[in-house]
Design a protein around this ligand. Structure first.
Ligand SMILES: [Zn+2]
Length: 338
């Protein structure tokens, strides 16, 4: 079969790879309905995490179960499933507290930019639907696997409440999903920080009430002006760079929560400054598994359409162009047909 392998900076190839096999009795093999490229795939693509050996890329997936190991009991061949990018047993203590992304047996999914993929700990990781979903819902179901689940976690961690004022820092795919999540959670005001017209439009479509295109001091001033000088109740930090994290904290009112889901790169915070900001922070790799049943339900009931975040669709063979388009910000997120 064809699969996606990253060899080094800017060297991603679609090439012949062996089909995955059941390695452990708890594994499942799924045939993907579609797959996609994640913003986090761009870090190794850009050479920012050293790639020392060829890496099988892809961690967002949904599809039909082909085969299960002898110990798998909750999913069976023929079922449509979605799983998180974090593999978890869903039974260990952290899982039971809803932090499956810190599961004792955690692994990160790989090799999903391909027609077939092996999912370890299938019972804990995969969520099956009652029936095979219609084709037009595949992009939105795929989005629940990571990008929506991560944006949702940002909003949950930032304790978005009905009526609250929310700021979303970052207009990448996760930030846009954070807007959608905040809307679903009943936020009264959702201020999206974005300088790009197409992303601003999508943010408005997903439920943003205001757009702030300024950054830095000017951005903070705009947020303060929009919130009677108070600041936001909840801030979603969806970038992971120092400027974005600083922006997020400065836009938050004392007592606010900041949900941060951008993987930090070069972020350092001053302890005293943080102390006097009186803000709370919760972040990390999103425990998507906690939210999956609810998110899948919202998609199947057509209450949300997170699949709109895919603004480029390519065949798997053109995966390298998908990476380049996202790297150059020509595309928000690339869906790959397998
Ligand atoms: Zn991802």
């Amino acid at each position: 079969m064809l699969g996606t392998i990253l060899y080094g900076p800017r060297d991603v190839r679609c090439e012949e790879v062996p089909e995955p096999k059941i390695l452990h009795p708890t594994d499942a093999i799924i045939r993907l309905s579609a797959t996609c490229i994640c913003g986090s795939d761009l870090w190794p693509f850009r050479g920012l995490n050293g790639v020392t050996s060829p890496m099988a890329m892809g961690h967002e997936y949904c599809g039909v179960v082909e085969e299960v190991g002898s110990a798998v009991t909750t999913v069976r061949p023929g079922q449509f499933v979605v799983g998180s990018f974090c593999i978890s047993d869903n039974t260990s203590p952290h899982c039971r507290f809803g932090f499956q992304s810190s599961c004792e047996q955690r692994e990160f999914m790989t090799g999903a930019q391909a027609p077939l993929a092996r999912v370890p700990l299938a019972d804990g990781t995969l969520v099956a639907t009652q029936e095979l979903p219609p084709d037009d819902l595949i992009p939105s179901l795929l989005a629940t696997s990571d990008v929506l689940g991560t944006g949702w976690y940002a909003a949950d961690a930032a304790r978005v409440q009905p009526g609250s004022t929310v700021v979303v820092v970052g207009d990448g795919a996760v930030g846009l999903m954070g807007v959608l999540a905040a809307k679903q959670m009943g936020a009264g005001r959702i201020i999206a920080m974005s300088r790009h017209k197409t992303r601003q439009d999508l943010a408005l479509e997903f439920g943003a009430t205001d757009i702030v295109s300024e950054r830095g001091d000017a951005g903070v001033d705009r947020i303060k002006a929009l919130t009677d000088g108070i600041g936001a109740d909840s801030v979603l930090e969806c970038v992971g760079m120092k400027e974005a994290m600083t922006q997020a904290i400065r836009c938050a009112r004392p007592g606010a929560m900041i949900g941060y889901v951008g993987v930090p790169h070069g972020v350092e915070l001053d302890g005293q400054w943080l102390f006097f900001s009186q803000t709370g922070m919760l972040g990390g790799p999103a425990p998507v598994r906690r939210f999956l049943p609810h998110l899948i339900d919202l998609v199947l009931q057509r209450k949300i359409e997170p699949g709109k975040v895919f603004d480029l669709t390519l065949p798997l063979a053109d995966v390298a162009e998908g990476y380049r388009a996202m790297d150059e910000r020509r595309a928000i997120k690339t869906l790959l047909r397998v």
